[in-house]
Design a protein around this ligand. Structure first.
Ligand code: AMP
Length: 286
């Protein structure tokens, strides 16, 4: 497995590959969720390139950019074990030019709410770095986790709007046996907080019960139930929302057979650790 730290070296490596390339973009601190994405990319049949880059432009002031874990040696071993052919692991000055002009790629109808409302500028940073990574790596496909559901929708929309010739492949969320979604940020949690963090999945499970078993069709009722469950688990709630699965628009009424299901999305803080999770619910869920 090769490792490139520069765009020039990456381009040479890329030119030498004569089969389709699947990219798995990550910020490192790799866990079994990332491994599942890499293995899925491998099953697409071509070469797999992982990127490991903690992208400064998607972190807001006061967020955890500085303390975000960067165990590069371990991450490279994980990539190799998962079958990656190469890893692109640049430093920020390889991705961002000195005094680079601000390029604002935004899809405001998708980014104005939920994560976008709580993390101003986050999705502009995500769009910018993913567009750059796509141009640097020139993949045929890119694999993203449903764990970051709004990000997945934003990337799908950006790729389509810019006519990028890249298939966006979604992978289901990988969870601990008790349901907690794997996240690099789980490493920040102490034992008590780990228990509290389960409140996010419990809230989503309550939404599933309400929608799929009890036939609840009022979004506000489901949202308030999710909020209650998170609060009972000492999670400081940022949002608990039921949305259209593609547009992320608010719903007047939950139609249980809506094609693509209903997106239930939650975010909250356990201590100073911010966590997100989501499930797609309803008879039409895919
Ligand atoms: P990150 O390193 O957190 O930026 O995530 C890199 C990619 O891994 C993104 O596409 C995430 O959605 C995906 N990912 C993170 N956690 C999980 C998980 N628990 N299950 C599936 N995909 C995940």
């Amino acid at each position: 497995m090769w490792v490139s730290e520069s765009v020039n070296d990456l381009r040479q490596r890329r030119r030498a590959i004569d089969q389709p390339v699947a990219l798995v973009p990550t910020m490192g601190a790799l866990h079994a969720g990332h491994v599942a994405l890499l293995e899925h990319a491998k099953r697409l049949g071509g070469a797999v390139i992982a990127s490991i880059f903690v992208n400064p432009t998607q972190f807001g002031p006061g967020e955890d950019f500085e303390r975000y874990p960067r165990p590069l040696e371990d991450d490279l071993a994980v990539c190799e074990q998962a079958g990656a052919d190469g890893v692109f692991a640049p430093q920020p000055d390889e991705v961002y030019l000195p005094n680079e002009s601000t390029l604002n790629i935004d899809l405001p109808t998708l980014t104005g709410d939920l994560e976008g409302a709580h993390r101003p500028g986050h999705f502009q940073g995500v769009c910018l770095v993913v567009a750059k990574l796509f141009n640097m790596v020139q993949p045929d496909a890119a694999v993203f986790g449903r764990k970051d559901y709004q990000q997945l929708k934003v990337i799908e929309a950006m790729t389509a709007a810019l006519a990028m010739p890249i298939a966006i492949v979604a992978h289901p969320t990988v969870r601990e046996p008790d349901g907690l979604a794997l996240s690099s940020r789980n490493a920040y949690l102490n034992d008590e907080q780990r228990g509290h963090a389960l409140g996010l999945y419990k809230a989503l499970s309550a939404a599933r019960e309400l929608i799929e078993t009890e036939g609840e069709n009022d979004p506000a009722a489901v949202e308030s139930a999710m909020t209650q469950v998170m609060t009972a688990h000492h999670v400081e709630v940022d949002y608990a929302a039921v949305r259209h699965p593609h547009s992320l628009a608010r719903l007047d009424c939950i139609e249980p057979n809506l094609t693509g299901g209903i997106a239930a999305l939650v975010a909250g803080r356990v201590g100073d650790v911010r966590l997100i999770d989501n499930l797609t619910l309803g008879g039409g869920a895919s």
